[in-house]
Ligand binder design. Structure first.
Ligand code: SAH
Length: 357
């Protein structure tokens, strides 16, 4: 019953101040009242009208009768905390019953959140769990913001807040361009989290038109490209999108982005045993990135049971890294977080769906 009532109410989460003022205005609320609501939500992470202390009882009743605030309208289906307590992953159920994964990571410099941009994914990357259950739909701007604000509220009692966002969860962000960019622009506003674009990262499998749109935006957002192979045949096998957007052209587009924004592009490279981890692969990767303003993030693969992929030995990883270094390519091996909690994209959701369908 409560769910049905809520469906009939209008959700105000993610509306700009002006849009909120217009909407509440039609219910007789003054602009300053809407501004107070806006501040409670985006400055204080308060998502219940009844907790907005400077608003009168009558106004609270009117607000509750007509509106909802998305973060108060979700369920946490699962929560996993890594044994070192540094990574916390949640499976969030949205009001329409779909679920998404979001991960909070604590670093010595603060908290970052890895957010999903779509429910499921249709890129079909061979090593990735997100696509196992297929593509369902794009997330709205509000649903993207929700993931950051959920954790902001969670951190509030201890005085913490989310200072970085990586759009590296399930889904392909550049195929949901407007909602993703809208959410990042929202987080950047002084009236919300005032988050620097330099603290935001978008990770893409290489959607060239999306990269070109980012170039036009010219915001200093970090761009990460999931490369995973510098050999056309192997990359097409691992990432079918390579047949539409071949990696050399992706690198060209990403380089234009680096030049337009001054930001170094990160190339992610999952090392999968006996697939893309040879010395030749390392040389080809070096050639593709030579003289580019870029760095390489090597990620020993998170094994995904269903896919039969394994990670190479530490020795093989080190050998790959040394070839890149010898060729003057900036490269690091990603510090692993949350390996014991299925932190690789989509693993929690696909396990959950697998058990509950
Ligand atoms: N679609 C976007 C963002 C989601 S994937 C993209 O492709 O970049 C985020 C990152 O996690 C990508 O680099 C992806 O290749 C990586 N990833 C997916 N499955 C993985 C696995 N099993 N082990 C390690 N990294 C994985």
């Amino acid at each position: 019953m409560k769910d049905r009532e809520n469906m009939e109410k209008k959700d105000v989460f993610g509306l700009s101040l002006e849009a909120l003022q217009d909407l509440l205005g039609t219910y007789g609320f003054k602009k300053f009242r809407a501004k107070q609501v806006f501040e409670w939500i985006y400055k204080k992470s308060v998502f219940e009208f009844s907790k907005m202390k400077n608003i009168s009882k009558d106004d609270i009743n009117l607000l509750e009768e007509n509106f909802t605030i998305l973060p108060a309208n979700i369920k946490i289906l699962r929560e996993q905390i890594s044994s070192d307590k540094l990574t916390r992953k949640v499976l969030i159920e949205l009001p329409d019953g779909n679920s998404i994964e979001t991960v909070l990571m604590s670093h010595d410099y603060g908290f970052s959140v890895c957010i999903s941009s779509q429910v499921g994914c249709n890129m079909g990357c061979a090593f990735c769990a997100s696509g196992l259950t297929g593509f369902v739909r794009n997330l709205s701007q509000a649903e993207i913001l929700l993931q950051v604000y959920y954790f902001n509220q969670h951190l509030l009692p201890s005085g913490g807040f989310v200072s970085r966002v990586v759009v590296m969860g399930s889904g392909e962000p550049l195929l949901n361009f407007d909602a993703v960019l809208g959410a990042l622009e929202f987080l950047h506003m002084e009236t919300t989290l005032n988050m620097s674009y330099r603290n935001m990262t978008i990770s893409t499998c290489g959607i060239i038109p999306g990269i070109e749109k980012l170039v036009i935006k010219k915001l200093p957002i970090n761009l990460a490209i999931s490369l995973h192979s510098a050999r056309d045949d192997m990359r097409s096998e691992l990432m079918p999108i390579n047949k539409t957007y071949p990696f050399l052209e992706v690198i060209k587009a990403a380089d234009a982005y680096a030049k337009a924004t001054g930001r170094q592009v990160t190339y992610e490279y999952i090392l999968i045993a006996n697939k893309n981890d040879t010395l030749l692969d390392a040389e080809l990767l070096s050639n593709a990135l030579r003289f580019k303003n870029s760095s390489v993030n090597l990620i020993p693969a998170n094994p995904v049971e269903e896919k039969g992929f394994k990670r190479p030995s530490p020795h093989t990883v080190e050998r790959f890294l040394q070839v890149l270094k010898k060729n003057n390519i900036n490269a690091t091996v990603r510090r692993e977080m949350g390996k014991d909690i299925d932190a690789a994209c989509g693993q929690l959701r696909s396990k959950f769906i697998g058990k509950n369908s």
